[in-house]
Design a protein around this ligand. Structure first.
Ligand SMILES: NC(=O)c1ccc[n+]([C@@H]2O[C@H](COP(=O)([O-])OP(=O)(O)OC[C@H]3O[C@@H](n4cnc5c(N)ncnc54)[C@H](OP(=O)(O)O)[C@@H]3O)[C@@H](O)[C@H]2O)c1
Length: 340
């Protein structure tokens, strides 16, 4: 293959701008790895990127989008020691966040944001910027992990130190929330889930949620969360709603509990921070996670033979349709694009 096909955003302004492009095969440095991408997945963030609403500096021209992809190593540079050709790998969201706390250098190395992403037939990544994927997962399943799953893992395991028997509130049925539900059940915690749809709530219960609350018909859903916990509140909230839901989440969490602030799905709001102090709530901002978190999560996924929930799969040539499917917000779990 002398040229590769990839999708680019010539300029931000919406999904309609996505264009299929042919580019020369990129050269390989001594510590780099060439990956034949087999599948990618979409995150809500990719809609924001396409609209040009992501990151402080805006979205640069001709960006290859998508942070999440998995594939097969087809060539390695002369000094590469972490993987060999044939290895099954996924890119890590922030290419330079290996372990420990986040740094500004790590924060400026996100795939499909600061750096070109995975929506291409082939990508070249530094050997440090990937993980091997669990054997039992298909490439499509593994492509769901880098952003949504690592974020949910970071929230529950690192920030909330979730224990068996504790109670987690997950909001909605998107990528992050479904992973949070699955990890919470894996750990032996109880789950209360909210959704805009009774049909989805039925499916969330079938996946192990003990209580389901429709946040459209129960606008004061935080009261239903308190009722479901005997008035105590949940131990931790995986907060994907953002400004529009945070005040209710603060109401729904127990004294001394925690909230992982992850999402920006709902509008803006003035927030009274006093209850956070009075009720000793630990509010932590979560930005995906490190390679070390990804590797720990993969070990847990492999040991439990857990599988991501894929809602729909689109072929590479129809990538814009995958974006539209995510935008319609009728999905549960992840939306995937597979390569020919
Ligand atoms: N900080 C980070 O590192 C990080 C990482 C990943 C994602 N995020 C953010 O987390 C959010 C979710 O991302 P995603 O990729 O999982 O999105 P997604 O798959 O598009 O999920 C969206 C779902 O959220 C639910 N939702 C929307 N408004 C809601 C509300 N007011 N209350 C409760 N649920 C609501 C809906 O579920 P129902 O249809 O069931 O109602 C909707 O389908 C986004 O804001 C994204 O930017 C942040």
């Amino acid at each position: 293959m002398s040229a590769i096909r990839r999708w680019i955003l010539p300029e931000p302004g919406g999904v309609e701008r996505l264009a299929l492009d042919h580019a020369p095969r990129p050269p390989l440095g001594p510590r780099q790895v060439r990956v034949a991408v087999r599948a990618c997945s979409l995150n809500y963030r990719d809609l924001s990127v396409a609209r040009g609403l992501y990151g402080r500096g805006g979205v640069r021209a001709n960006l290859v989008p998508l942070s999440d992809g998995a594939g097969e190593v087809v060539e390695v540079g002369a000094e590469v020691s972490r993987v060999r050709p044939g290895a099954r790998v996924a890119g890590i969201f922030m290419q330079r966040w290996i372990a420990g706390g986040i740094t500004s250098e790590a924060g400026a190395s996100a795939l499909g944001g600061a750096l070109d992403g995975m929506l291409a037939e082939e990508v070249v990544l530094d050997e440090d910027g990937l993980v091997t994927i669990p054997d039992h997962l298909s490439y499509a399943e593994a492509a769901c992990l880098p952003c949504a799953a690592v974020t949910a893992w970071h929230a529950l395991v690192e920030h909330a130190s979730l224990k068996p028997g504790e109670t987690v509130l997950v909001q909605g049925s998107g990528g992050v929330s479904i992973f949070a539900l699955q990890f919470a059940r894996m750990i032996g915690a109880r789950v209360i889930a909210t959704s805009s749809s009774d049909v989805k709530l039925g499916r969330l219960r079938a996946m192990g949620a003990e209580t389901g609350i429709n946040y459209r018909t129960h606008v004061e859903w935080q009261e239903a969360v308190l009722a479901a916990t005997g008035g105590r509140g949940v131990d931790t909230v995986v907060e994907v709603g953002g400004a529009g839901t945070l005040a209710r989440s603060i109401h729904a969490v127990r004294l001394g509990g925690s909230i992982s602030l992850i999402g920006v799905l709902t509008g803006s709001a003035m927030l009274d921070p006093t209850p956070l102090m009075r009720r000793s709530i630990r509010l932590g901002g979560i930005y995906v996670g490190s390679r070390a978190m990804f590797e720990a999560m993969n070990a847990a996924i492999a040991a439990n033979e857990m599988r991501p929930l894929i809602d729909a799969t689109f072929p590479f040539a129809r990538a814009p349709d995958a974006y539209h499917h995510l935008m319609a917000a009728q999905h549960m779990g992840k939306v995937v694009i597979t390569m020919p």
